[in-house]
Each structure stands twice: as C-alpha cells, then as structure tokens.
Design a binder for this molecule. Structure first.
Ligand SMILES: [Zn+2]
Ligand SMILES: [Zn+2]
Ligand SMILES: [Zn+2]
Length: 249
C-alpha cells in the first residue's frame, strides 16, 4: 500500500497571495516549500484512489482511466474545487464517494457530468475496493466530513483531515489494531484556545498520543504554522513529521 501526499497546504495554500512572511517568501524561492490544496493518492494492488480533489489540474495529472475513483473527505472548495472542471470530461464515469452532504460544492450535484455521486458513505461504513478496505470515520469539522481508515496488504493507514480532535467513536475504530501511519490535520501552531475546525499542534499531538501510530505525518499546514516551525525547529517529537507536497509514504 502506498500513500502519496499530493498537496499539504490549508485552504490558503503556501505561499499566500501577497504575503511576505518568512514561509511564503521561502516558498517562492524553493518550490519544495510550496503547499498545494490538501489531497493524496492511495494505491493498493490495482486500486488507485484520489483522496480529495482540490488540485485544479486533475485532467493534466491523471490520464483517463488511471484512477479507480475519488474519495472525498468533504466538500469544502479546497478539497473539491478540481471536480468543477474534471466533470466536463467525456466517455467515462468516475465514482466519487464521500459524506452524504446535501450541499456538496456549488452546482456539482446539479451538473455532475462524468462524476457519479450516487454512493455516498454512511458513517462507519466499510467498503472493500479490490485489495483495499476503506472505512469512513466521522470527524469534527464545519461540514459533514469523513476521515478514512485504509487496510490492505497487512497495513493500516489513517487519513484524518479536516478535523479538530477526533470523535470518541472514530477513535475507537482506529484503536482496534495498531496504526502503521496516521496522516493528521494540523493547520496551526499551538493556540491558547482550541480552534473550532482544525487541529493546532497541541490538539494534533494529543490525538497522536492517544492513537499511538508507528509514524504520524502532519498535513493541511498553514503559512503561519510553517513560519512558527522555522522559529521552533525542535517542536515535533520523534515519530512525528511534517507533510510536503509529493511525499511518498
Ligand atoms: Zn481544508
Ligand atoms: Zn505567509
Ligand atoms: Zn474543510
């Protein structure tokens, strides 16, 4: 099983338009420091699923028939805006499985084009996709949102974004067996008060402490957190690292 982090930024991405903080300036000079919309690709056997679709060049990146389908965590623009163009393809159908969100994004449901939204996940539903088993776990966010637990080829990988903390029942599912890898929302540096929709570093480390994955990777990173990390290079404990665009796990 292979997970590739295609994008590791928050909704604003890095660099932020017209921002000259140290992280944004560095990202303009060093392409490796840029952060695109948060999304990933999970591959297991013949299965190849895109997790979220915020990238706006999906039709350039993925040749026709190269994806098994798309798993949406939720329908905020930074996670779904790439669908607005992808849908106008022709001659194939791409399944898009995500939460049953009556709003979706813009007019996607009204004009789905080649996208098939007809099989949303129920909370805690498990699906067998070839060699890959996927479970949809409710998260805490401002829109209906699922994290995904992937099991296949003897590995367990959890991908949890966007969220603040992790709900009790979802934690229980994750704790049934050891996690090899946890990819977790951590959008900001430690905050005095818990943010409403995303983990700060304090809450992210609490989740990691609880779930005890072999390795944890923080994603959905905002520019101010990147700048804070430049000033606090020792902030991440061992076993916890930072996502970057293109990172293969
Ligand atoms: Zn987001
Ligand atoms: Zn900035
Ligand atoms: Zn979101």
């Amino acid at each position: 099983m292979r997970l590739t982090l295609l994008g590791s930024g928050d909704a604003r991405q890095v660099p932020v338009y017209n921002c000259s903080c140290p992280a944004c300036d560095a990202a303009r000079v060093y392409p490796a420091r840029r952060r695109g919309p948060c999304c990933a690709l999970i591959e297991c056997g013949a299965q190849r699923w895109l997790i979220d679709s915020g990238l706006t060049d999906l039709t350039e990146r993925f040749a026709p028939h190269s994806l098994s389908g798309i798993l949406q965590t939720h329908y905020h623009a930074d996670h779904a805006q790439g669908l607005l163009h992808l849908r106008w393809g022709q001659g194939l159908v791409i399944p898009v499985h995500g939460p049953d969100d009556p709003e979706g994004l813009a007019d996607l449901y009204k004009h789905p084009g080649i996208l098939d939204f007809s099989q949303p996940f129920a909370a805690f539903e498990r699906r067998q996709l070839g060699e890959l088993q996927v479970a949809a776990l409710p998260l805490t966010h401002s829109k209906p949102t699922f994290g995904y637990l992937f099991e296949g080829q003897g590995r367990r990988i959890a991908y949890l974004t966007d969220t603040v903390g992790v709900p009790e029942a979802s934690c229980a599912e994750l704790q049934r067996a050891p996690l090899d890898l946890l990819v977790l929302d951590c959008s900001t540096a430690p905050q005095p008060v818990a943010p409403r929709n995303h983990n700060d570093l304090t809450r992210a480390l609490e989740v990691i402490e609880r779930l005890q994955p072999t390795h944890a990777v923080l994603t959905h990173i905002g520019h101010a957190f990147d700048t804070w990390l430049l000033e606090h290079p020792e902030a991440l404990p061992s076993g916890v690292s930072l996502a970057s665009d293109g990172l293969v796990l």
